[in-house]
Design a protein around this ligand. Sequence first.
Ligand SMILES: *[C@@H]1O[C@H](CO)[C@@H](O)[C@H](O)[C@H]1NC(C)=O
Ligand SMILES: *[C@@H]1O[C@H](CO)[C@@H](O)[C@H](O)[C@H]1NC(C)=O
Length: 363
Amino acid sequence: MKYSVFAVIPLALGASAATPCTVTKYASISSAVASCTDIVLSNIVAPSASAIDLSKLKTGAKVTFAGKTTFEKTPDKSFDPIIIGGTKVTITGAPGHVIDGNGQVYWDGLGSNGGVAKPNHFVVVKNTVDSVISNLNIKNWPVHCFTISGGSGLTLSNINLDNTAGNAPNSVSNGLAAAHNSDGFDISSTSGLTLKNSVVNNQDDCVAVTSGTNILVTGMTCIGGHGLSIGSIGGKSNNVVDGVTFSNSVISNSENGCRIKTNSGTTGTVKNVTYSGITLKNIAKYGIDVQQDYLNGGPTGIPTNGVDISGITFKNVKGTVASSAYNYYILCGSGSCSNFTFSGTSITGGKSSCNFPSSKCTS
Ligand SMILES: *[C@@H]1O[C@H](CO)[C@@H](O)[C@H](O)[C@H]1NC(C)=O
Ligand SMILES: *[C@@H]1O[C@H](CO)[C@@H](O)[C@H](O)[C@H]1NC(C)=O
């Protein structure tokens, strides 16, 4: 008797752990989220105005995207197609899966600046605690891809973002790349975040941190976009960036490499930011760029000093920019930049212009 009891209990536990709730219809997602801790979303077709809402997952729940996840058109800028939240949750993908944002039905070269109404944030990650997002393949998002805010202890890894289908102009984009404002990862007001070993192929920032503390971005491959960015800082609900490291990454065929930009006439703090082991290839505008003159999304050429930028390290940032580009472009407000360190940094191919640390740029 004793032996059979011992034999049965582990088997029963093993069997329940090995049986996920597999969801194949959009309408069944909410009940699975409410009751299951191991969910497989298999070949989901999300109808118009219907988000895949994973914001109320049970603590410790795991969700696996399998097969092809698709979205019908929802011309609404405040509609968020995928929402993620929870504590100790894991969001992942099965081998061969793809999440396709159906960007082609929105793209008009204008992104969030006008034209067709488009879901502005494709994957919204809000207030997660000690959670993991890994092994996802996402393509054709309408405007921004990941918007991550609040929470702490999030790790994102092995995420492949592919918006290359938006590189070419289409019939309504007036010769511009069809996709626009297609940031890979936008990060704000979070602490203890790690983003690693991921690929972003897009038309805007690869990663943009606008606020937050203790953030590590490493092992990134950024192609076709605007590089690894802090900013733009100022005029938002949180204007403090403290402790961000970008390391061991390659940025190619992009407008910028490493960029910090702050908004004109605003206040804020950017401190303890390190760019280390960054390889630049074929950069069109700026290799290293620090600018304090942004206004309405563009530079004015006149820097202001309300956002303090201090403790910035560029270590082993190496590579080439186009001949018309800047190796280094630094435009600080009066007295608002301090303690910049450059070591082992070598960017060649273009010109340079700096008003800090000296007019000779890194020296
Ligand atoms: C700087 O930020 C890093 C995280 O990027 C953190 O580990 C380190 O402790 C911070 N250093 C200081 C002096 O705050
Ligand atoms: C300069 O910045 C580095 C990196 O953030 C920091 O460790 C150091 O304490 C700062 N030095 C001063 C004098 O503020």
